[in-house]
Every structure is written in structure tokens, then in C-alpha cells.
Design a protein around this ligand. Structure first.
Ligand SMILES: Nc1ncnc2c1ncn2[C@@H]1O[C@H](COP(=O)(O)OP(=O)(O)OP(=O)(O)O)[C@@H](O)[C@H]1O
Ligand SMILES: [Mg+2]
Length: 450
């Protein structure tokens, strides 16, 4: 059930309970009022009839006297007087004033309390006239309560209707900003991160809107980054594939061809009985195969760096340097990699940083020297440094994913990365400090103590 309807139902329930409580109170008050009225009416009538009856003996016409007593109650609202014959029949009765708007029977049954009546015996010589009775009749009083009740119900119902209508309108007005928020959330749920909520409302809701807008903006940025990363990834993959295809073509192709030519020539040489030539050709084939094995391993290690790192960071960096040295022989590479094992995730992070740092230096800096180092520090970190003497990072350089990726990688391991390039006169110095687990740190202390 929507919040608005739920709150409305709650208020309606509270009002209904108030109405019931009010009804119960009115009923109790009505009962008391009727009881009081009836008893006082019967008391007044009792004394009036009693007085009249005390002088009936002196009356010359008792029947007329009795009729006057009875008719003196004509038009009374509460008391009816009757003259009952000795056989119990009503001989004479006063006319009760009936209420204009009589109460319904059910209310009468609910409110009419005990019967209040009195009986007046006549002196012995007048006994043949019967007895005079008076009885309180609550109809008129209950009619009053009924009218009162109707008015109260009308007023309270009107009040409840007005209150409910007001609450409905106020809730609608108060919840409208939340509807905007819920629509915006639905848009975000469907992947539309441009959703925005106007911060024009009560301060506490504005806090939520602000948080929502910030979240949507961050999601949008993350989505854009993701998109760029994907594009980048596919470009990198394509570049890598092209490079591997070139390597296979340039490095493996000629040797395969040479091995094939050598293999084809062997039967011819055998038919000419040129044994020495056969031996030299078979040696050539073996050289070609060895050459191909070497290149194949280098290609595989690029495809699966984890395999490379399995043999230790020093070995992996050597391979990396060999790879770039083959492509950029004019660059001097200097390495200082600690010959030790670190936790696998730290070794991989260090390798990736060295790989990207080196690739950046070669691609963007045009340096003559690149230095790589990875060493444990006294502070319990693995310090990875890549420095070059190239052009340095220009102020107009575009943001790629390499530096961001490195930062994230280091941050994920609780470390930090600093890039000193913009201010450096020449080249770039990239330093990553990766915290080592306690055990690895202790090893450093022992090593330095020894
Ligand atoms: N060693 C460096 N020498 C000169 N410029 C550098 C060096 N390292 C980074 N830069 C500059 O910083 C920019 C950002 O580097 P980053 O590695 O983040 O991205 P990229 O290399 O351009 O692209 P990507 O790494 O995503 O393929 C580079 O475009 C380059 O201009
Ligand atoms: Mg890069």
C-alpha cells in the first residue's frame, strides 16, 4: 500500500477510535441524564399528586377532582398520570407530550433505564374509583439525547472529513519531492546516470538529494571510465595481437621456411651421397628450431605474464628488458631488482608497474637510459622505481589508463604511488611504495642484520 494511503488509513483509524470513545461517553452521559431527569420528574409529580390526594376527601365531586388531577399532567414531557379502575383497566390518563423527532427503537432500548412509578391509593370510601398512578416516561428525554447525538455525529464527521482531506493534501504536497527522487532512482536503475533531482525542498530532504546527485554523477564518471577502459583494452589487445602476429611472421616465419628448405634438400644430398652436407643441414635445422623455441617462449611469456613471474621478479624483469632491448637497442637499461621472493600479488603488482612505467618511458619519453629497481626498505615496503632521462611528462599530456591503473593497483595493496615528472628538468621518476606483510618485512630485518 502506498505510504500516503497507509498514513491516511492510520489517521482514519485513530479518528474512528475517537468516535467510538466519544460515542461511549455520550451513552454514559445520556444514561445518567435520563436517570436523573426521570427520578426528579417522578419526585416532583409525586409531591404534587400527594398534596392533591390529601384533600380529595373534602371534595364534593371526587370523580371530577380525580379527573382534574389526571388532566393537570396533560402536556407533561416526562410524567403520565393514570386513573386505574379496581379491575386494572385505565379509566383516565393524561396526554404525554411526544417528542417532535422520536429516537429510534434501538436507542430507546439502550437508554431507557428502570421504570419510575408511584401508586396512590384512595380513601376507603372512594376505593371504588380505583387508584391513581404516575409513571415517568423517558421518550422525550431520549428524543433530546437523540437530537444531541445526531448533531454531535454530524459535527465530528465533518471534522473528520476535513482533517482527512487536509492530511491527504498535505501528504501529497510533502511526498511530491520523494516522488521525484523515486522517479530519478528508477532512471538510475535503468542505467540512465544523467538523472538529477532539484535540491529545492526541506533541508533534510535536500541532504538526500545531494547524496543522490553525487552518487549519480559518480556512477556516470565510472561508466565513462569503464567505457574508455574497454576501448583502451581492446586497442591494447589489438596492438598486442598485431605485435604477436608480426613476431610470428618475422621471427618464426623465416626459420620455418629455412628449416623446410633444409629438410627438402636432405634427400637430394643423400642421393648424391654428400654425408657432410647432410650433417650441416641437420645442424642448421636444429639451430632454426632452437631459435624458434626461444622466440616462442618469449611470445608465450608476454601472453601469460603470471608464468613469467612464477620464476621470480628478477627473471621477469630480465625478460621485460630483453623484450624492449630487442626493439630499442639505443636505450640503455639498468636494473637493480632484489633477488628474493615476495607474496604473489605483490610480485605481480610490482611487475605490472615496472612494465607500464617502462612502456611509458619508451613510448612517450624517448630516453637514452631507463633505470628499474625493486628493493625492500627498512620501513617494511617494497620500493619500485622506474626513472628515465627522456622528455618528462608535458603539461599538455593526455590522461591514459596506465598511471591511473598503477595508482589503483598500489592503493589496493595499501601503498602509494608518486610521479615526479612535471617538475623534473628531464625525465620521469615513478616511485611505488607497496607495504609488505610482517613476515616478508622481518626477512628484510634479518637480511640487513646479517
Ligand atoms: N616516462 C614518461 N615520459 C614522458 N611522458 C610520460 C611518461 N609517462 C607518462 N607520460 C605522459 O603521461 C601520459 C599518461 O600516461 P598513461 O600511462 O596514464 O597513459 P598512456 O600511456 O598515454 O596510455 P595507456 O597507458 O593507457 O596506454 C602519457 O600520455 C604521456 O603523455
Ligand atoms: Mg601508459
Amino acid at each position: 500500500m502506498p505510504l500516503r494511503r497507509r498514513l491516511l488509513a492510520l489517521v482514519a483509524l485513530v479518528l474512528a477510535l475517537c468516535l467510538v470513545a466519544g460515542g461511549a461517553l455520550t451513552y454514559w452521559q445520556g444514561l445518567r441524564k435520563i436517570e436523573l431527569e426521570m427520578s426528579s420528574a417522578i419526585e416532583v409529580a409525586d409531591s404534587a399528586v400527594g398534596d392533591a390526594m390529601s384533600t380529595i376527601g373534602a371534595s364534593p365531586d371526587a370523580a371530577a377532582y380525580l379527573h382534574r388531577i389526571i388532566t393537570s399532567f396533560d402536556g407533561d414531557r416526562h410524567v403520565v398520570a393514570r386513573l386505574m379502575a379496581p379491575d386494572g383497566k385505565v379509566v383516565d390518563a393524561s396526554r404525554l407530550r411526544r417528542p417532535v423527532d422520536p429516537a429510534p427503537t434501538w436507542l430507546y432500548k439502550l437508554l431507557s433505564g428502570p421504570v419510575h412509578s408511584r401508586r396512590f391509593e384512595l380513601p376507603t370510601e372512594l376505593k371504588h374509583h380505583g387508584v391513581v398512578t404516575i409513571e415517568a416516561d423517558p421518550h422525550s428525554e431520549i428524543g433530546e439525547v437523540w437530537e444531541d447525538l445526531k448533531l454531535k455525529v454530524l459535527i465530528i464527521s465533518g471534522f473528520c472529513a476535513v482533517v482527512l482531506a487536509l492530511i491527504y493534501a498535505i501528504l501529497g504536497w510533502a511526498l511530491r519531492p520523494l516522488e521525484a527522487l523515486s522517479a530519478a532512482l528508477a532512471r538510475v536503475g535503468e542505467g540512465d546516470y544523467t538523472a538529477h533531482v532539484d535540491e529545492a525542498g526541506p533541508e533534510d530532504l535536500n541532504l538526500i538529494y545531494r547524496a543522490f546527485n553525487r552518487m549519480a554523477a559518480q556512477l556516470k564518471t565510472a561508466e565513462q571510465q569503464n567505457q574508455r577502459l574497454n576501448e583502451q583494452l581492446s586497442t591494447v589487445q589489438e596492438e598486442e595481437r598485431a605485435e604477436i602476429a608480426r613476431d610470428l611472421h618475422d621471427e618464426i616465419g623465416p626459420f620455418l621456411f629455412a628449416a623446410d628448405v633444409d629438410a627438402q634438400s636432405i634427400p637430394l644430398l643423400l642421393s648424391r651421397d654428400a654425408g657432410d652436407d647432410v650433417v650441416s643441414r641437420s645442424k642448421a635445422i636444429r639451430q632454426s628450431v632452437q631459435h624458434m623455441q626461444l622466440h616462442l617462449r618469449s611470445i608465450l611469456s608476454r601472453l601469460r605474464p603470471a608464468m613469467l613471474i612464477d620464476q621470480g621478479l628478477t627473471h621477469a624483469v630480465e625478460q621485460l628488458v630483453a623484450f624492449w632491448h630487442a626493439r630499442r637497442p639505443q636505450i640503455a637499461f639498468k636494473t637493480d631488482i632484489e633477488d628474493a621472493r615476495f607474496p604473489a600479488n605483490i610480485e605481480e603488482a610490482a611487475f605490472r608497474i615496472l612494465q607500464e612505467g617502462m612502456s611509458n618511458a619508451v613510448r612517450h619519453g624517448n630516453p637514452s637510459t631507463i633505470e628499474l629497481s625493486a628493493r625492500r626498505t627498512e620501513g617494511g615496503t617494497l620500493r619500485v622505481v622506474i626513472s628515465d632521462d627522456g622528455s618528462g611528462i608535458s603539461a599538455t599530456s593526455t590522461r591514459g589508463f596506465g598511471l591511473v591503473g598503477m595508482k589503483e593497483r598500489v592503493a589496493a595493496l595499501g601503498g602509494r604511488l608518486s610521479v615526479n615528472g612535471q617538475v623534473a628538468e628531464k625525465g620521469v621518476i615513478l616511485i611505488a611504495e607497496i607495504p609488505l606483510p610482517i613476515a616478508a618485512h622481518d626477512q628484510t630485518k634479518h637480511a640487513s642484520a646479517a
